[in-house]
Design a protein around this ligand. Structure first.
Ligand code: NAI
Length: 684
């Protein structure tokens, strides 16, 4: 039973109960139409309240039906049925009214919401547009400008804002159901409002749609759905209701079957699966009520800010008083920037800072539940820090390292009770980036691993379990990316051409400008350590840039020149000269965007396949999440490995063999060749 009907006087209450989120399953759609039929036939009923049990109103489509042909009754018919009912329906919204849920509410004569409710049409985030009148009714109710914001961003609005927009008729402070029933009684004898479908779309000033198109195109980059949603809204403002509905439905059906929607659905499911690794089923994490960070540099400050954003009290430990002050200043700067961007008030920033204690004294960590180490990337320094943490912390405190490349097993092996130690690899800036690689060491016990996942949830991060190898998942692939960028330069491509091609592919930044932003020194330091171990890392040009002091933006130059105070890269004659020197005697090839992107992306796939094969990543979708949330790989491509599958693994192997025969890439990994033969990655 997903629905029940009760009466209070002349008001019927239709209660939906389809846990966990009252998704609009086929059964629920049929039930809603049946309720309309029954209540229309019941003369004792004067008005209807539609309310949901559990934590939310209808929060959207049934994800189990995503990507499958929907079964009748279809949602547009359900919404039309409610709108055409002989009794006025009142939607009583708590939690989230999202997607189809909001479209159902738009079919109702009235909408009331709890103060904590949020309402939105997030379809574009799944590569589709609303398919049951969202783009047609919404502009008729709230006007085109607000409708464009809501539909093309996919972001929800809170109840108060929804009231301002006219999206809801009232915000109910007390009990929602009681308030909705009171309103239903009130309106039962009044003339029904004009159905939204027969209202006109309010007029817009000249040029409105052209400006909206420019703004949406700039934001959407290569994502199709936001512009198609805009087109549907625009069409709805010029066409009659039936014509607008037909246009919306056709667009919805077309996008539903598109490659982008398939990719975005893949990412949606990957994100749902990532926080719940099967090995941790039934394992209860430890409580994390307080945290500490050792090392308050770039990463430590960001991690401390992220922990504070999750309301944990934080101790920041640094080497000396001066470094403590510097670390605290770094954290303060993060919150101040958030205030400037309007993301928090000055009071919130002050409250965040008040929850941080800076200290040089490890004695302050005696009661801390979780410590994240973010000191220099140096084995001896890190081991010394964990030695002190061993003495200072409670025996059950969880101890984590944020190392990028060092072996966590070696960092933690001197620890008393090494089972409470693990790697938690944040990405820079740590208070912004969603990815958290969770790296169990050999001794890490399941409960501690589960605590890493619980922490990710608390911080609003996407956790990905990674095994131990140099660079874990993300930075190991990054090494391949960077090596390929250098091979391209040696073979005649310019830095600007390499970066432009990767931006055209869908990344927010090319690999060389990204290095300039982050600084070339960290990778240089790591190459030095690798050479000390007898390895031969490949970065001939980056080595020359570092030797020349060109460490990136902060040094006024790296792969590009930067005029004083200007962060825009401009091509550098000096770099061109360095490249020409390194490349002397080699063939200069012709490169277009597609061939550059291939030379970078295909070797990344090859490395990804090896990572999966070595069980460094548990599933190919986890590699996709690492690429999307750690490195800006376009979400609409579904991530690196999904992209490779769509392209065809055979084609990827062929491309790599061509590149490698020209000396422009390593041959495809054995794991990739096997996957190509099987037509799929070896996923559990
Ligand atoms: P950083 O150089 O900005 O900061 C390191 C901080 O550690 C400095 O403030 C230093 O005073 C402090 N420190 C050094 N020895 C200490 C000790 N014995 N006790 C207390 N504090 C000490 O370095 P960054 O970039 O923040 O990196 C820190 C760690 O995070 C490294 O392991 C790095 O590999 C890793 N990491 C760095 C990323 C990045 O993009 N910068 C990304 C992810 C991880």
């Amino acid at each position: 039973m997903t629905m029940s009907i009760t009466r209070t006087g002349s008001v019927a209450v239709v209660s939906i109960d389809n846990p966990p989120v009252n998704a609009l399953s086929q059964q629920l759609r049929a039930d809603l139409l049946e309720a309309v039929r029954q209540l229309d036939a019941d003369d004792a009923v004067k008005a209807v309240v539609l309310v949901c049990a559990g934590r939310t109103f209808m929060a959207g489509a049934d994800v189990g039906e995503l990507g499958r042909p929907p079964q009748p009754p279809h949602l547009p018919a359900v919404v039309a049925g409610i709108e055409g009912a002989r009794k006025p329906w009142v939607a009583a919204i708590h939690g989230s009214a999202l997607g189809g849920g909001l479209e159902v509410a738009l079919g109702c004569a009235y909408r009331v919401a709890a103060a904590s409710a949020s309402l939105g049409l997030p379809e574009v985030k799944l590569g589709i547009i609303p398919g049951a009148g969202g783009t047609v009714r919404l502009p008729r109710l709230v006007g085109p400008a607000a409708a464009v914001d809501l539909v093309t961003s996919g972001s929800p609005v809170g109840a108060a804002r929804a009231r301002e927009l006219g999206l809801v008729d009232a915000v109910i402070d007390g009990d929602l159901r009681t308030g909705a029933i009171a309103l239903a009684r009130d309106i039962a004898d009044k003339p029904a409002p004009q159905p939204i479908s027969s209202r006109p779309v309010p007029a817009v000033e000249a040029g409105f749609w052209e400006r909206a198109e420019q703004a949406v195109a700039a934001r959407a980059r290569q994502e199709l759905a936001p512009l198609r949603a805009l087109a549907s809204l625009r069409n709805a403002s010029m066409t009659d209701f039936a014509g607008a509905m037909a246009y919306e439905r056709a667009t919805f059906l077309e996008l539903r079957d598109s490659a982008q929607a398939a990719a975005l659905r893949h990412v949606f499911f990957a994100e749902r699966a990532a926080p719940r690794p099967p090995e941790l089923a039934g394992v209860t994490p430890r409580d994390i009520r307080s945290a500490a960070v050792v090392g308050g540099g770039t990463m430590g400050a960001g991690i401390a800010a992220a922990l504070r954003d999750a309301s944990l009290p934080v101790v920041l430990v640094e080497r000396d008083a001066e470094a403590v002050e510097r670390g605290l200043a770094g954290i303060r700067a993060i919150f101040e920037a958030s205030v400037k961007r309007g993301r928090m008030t000055a009071e919130m920033a002050a409250e965040r800072m008040a929850g941080i204690v800076g200290s040089e004294d490890y004695g302050r960590l005696a009661e801390t539940d979780l410590v994240v180490e973010a000191v220099f990337e140096d084995m001896a320094v890190k081991r010394a820090v964990f030695g002190r943490l061993s003495d200072a912390c409670r025996p059950d405190a969880v101890l984590a390292t944020n190392t990028s490349y060092l072996d966590p097993n070696r960092i933690g092996d001197g620890l008393a009770r090494p089972e409470r130690f693990l790697g938690l690899h944040f990405f820079s800036p740590a208070h912004v980036m969603k990815l958290l690689e969770i790296v169990p060491a050999d001794a890490t016990e399941p409960q501690v691993l589960a605590t890493g996942f619980a922490l990710a949830r608390l911080l609003g991060k996407i956790p990905v379990r990674a095994g131990i190898c140099e660079g874990f998942i993300g930075n190991r692939i990054l090494k391949a990316t960077r090596a390929q960028a250098e091979r391209l330069l040696l073979a005649g491509a310019t830095p600007s051409a390499v970066d432009a091609a990767m931006r055209a592919f869908g990344l927010p930044m090319g690999p060389l400008e990204a290095q300039d932003l982050g600084g070339l020194d960290i990778a240089a330091f790591q190459r030095k350590a690798a050479r000390a171990r007898g390895e031969a890392p490949f970065a001939p040009i980056a080595d020359r840039l570092c030797a020349a002091g060109r460490l990136g933006q902060k040094a006024g130059g790296g792969w590009y020149d930067y005029a004083d105070g200007d962060r825009r890269p401009s091509p550098s004659d000096r770099v061109a000269e360095i490249i020409a020197n390194e490349a002397s005697g080699r063939d200069r090839l012709h490169w277009d965007e597609r061939s550059i992107a291939d030379a970078i992306v295909l070797p990344m796939v090859s490395e990804g396949a090896a990572i999966l094969d070595e069980k460094i990543a548990l599933r190919s979708a986890d590699i996709d999440l690492v690429q999307i949330h750690g490195y800006g790989f376009p979400r609409w491509r579904g991530g690196l490995m999904h992209h490779a599958l769509v392209r065809g693994l055979r084609d990827v192997v062929d491309g790599l063999e061509r590149l490698s025969s020209q000396g422009l890439a390593a041959p495809p990994s054995r794991a990739l060749i096997r996957a190509a033969a099987a037509g799929a990655f070896d996923d559990p």
